[in-house]
Write a new protein. Structure first.
Length: 319
């Protein structure tokens, strides 16, 4: 890469961020992201409680306490939501069986697939394309990401809950050093972040009906994962210290808080796709302009030389 190209690419980076700041609010209004967030929140909410039935039954087979999962959720979720989830899990904790595992899984998959269908439409809208896949392919993509997202959520909840005791058992079984156990306590959150990051990156890469490199999905993915963690933590502080949904909505206050949290989650997921599309289109436009600049215009002297050569060839042909 020469000096001029390096300078041009640096300018593109600076201008692309400025363009992103200016373009994203317009996209938010144009693509009805707020309404899409509400739609996603509705289907997310429908899938939460069947998913908890499935998770509760699964914990029984894995010998992991419900409280350990609730403790990990409380690290990012508001207290009202944690109380709601704890109460629901405690109400079904005595009924762990394979039938509940199956019913909870099927009900959760059905509701979650509706949320994924809405997310697929929203992401294709963000990229400004029509999803021209056939019906079978559309359903296959929807089911695939429903399972992948569900798997990522389960692993993200179970990994932090696997404490030192489980880690010691694994270390003894595989006969590895106990130092790995203490390292595991600290790196498990990094693994959770990595799992969520890869899952969302695949979502942004595969779902939109566009042909683009995988790396173009990374900016929006980084935004989505980090923003969701920060917004969840901030929303938890706000609800726990300033907002009182129960005082306004009564007994359903916790459900309203949960729905609003899911609403923010839906908006963040769609915004990640919008960010990828804005940056990619700006990059392509800037790259085309950059390639045009590299083709320097001819000087007057060069034009005269060309005309002289044409005249010379014409005289030779006429003779």
């Amino acid at each position: 890469m020469d000096k001029n190209e390096s300078i041009s690419l640096n300018l593109i980076t600076k201008h692309s961020l400025k363009n992103l700041i200016l373009e994203l609010p317009k996209r938010f209004a144009r693509d009805n992201i707020s309404q899409t967030g509400g739609q996603l929140a509705y289907f997310f909410l429908l899938s939460v409680f069947p998913f908890l039935i499935f998770l509760n039954a699964l914990l029984g087979f894995l010998n992991i306490s419900v409280e350990s999962i609730i403790r990990e959720i409380s690290a990012i979720a508001p207290e009202e939501i944690v109380v709601l989830l704890r109460g629901y899990l405690e109400s079904v904790v005595e009924t762990r069986n394979t039938s509940l595992l199956s019913i909870g899984l099927l009900a959760s998959l059905f509701s979650a697939s509706k949320a994924v269908d809405s997310l697929i439409i929203a992401l294709n809208t963000a990229y400004g394309v029509e999803n021209k896949r056939n019906f079978i392919t559309k359903k296959a993509v929807s089911i695939f990401f429903t399972l992948i997202l569900g798997f990522a959520i389960v692993i993200s909840l179970l990994l932090p809950a696997l404490g030192k005791n489980v880690a010691f058992l694994i270390a003894d079984f595989f006969r590895i050093s106990n130092i790995i156990v203490f390292v595991w306590v600290y790196i498990r959150w990094v693994i959770v972040f990595f799992i969520l990051f890869i899952t969302i990156a695949l979502l942004y890469h595969i779902v939109p009906y566009v042909n683009q490199p995988f790396k173009n999905s990374l900016p929006g993915t980084f935004f989505a994962v980090t923003s969701w963690l920060l917004v969840s933590y901030g929303f938890g502080i706000y609800v726990n210290n300033f907002a009182n949904y129960s005082a306004v909505y009564g007994s359903i206050g916790a459900v309203i808080a949960l729905m609003f949290w899911l609403y923010l989650t839906g908006i963040i997921l769609v915004l990640g796709g919008e960010i990828n599309d804005i940056l990619y289109k700006y990059y392509e436009a800037s790259k085309s302009k950059h390639d045009e600049v590299k083709i320097a215009p001819k000087t007057d002297e060069a034009i005269l030389d060309d005309k002289f050569n044409e005249l010379k060839e014409t005289l030779i042909d006429s003779n």
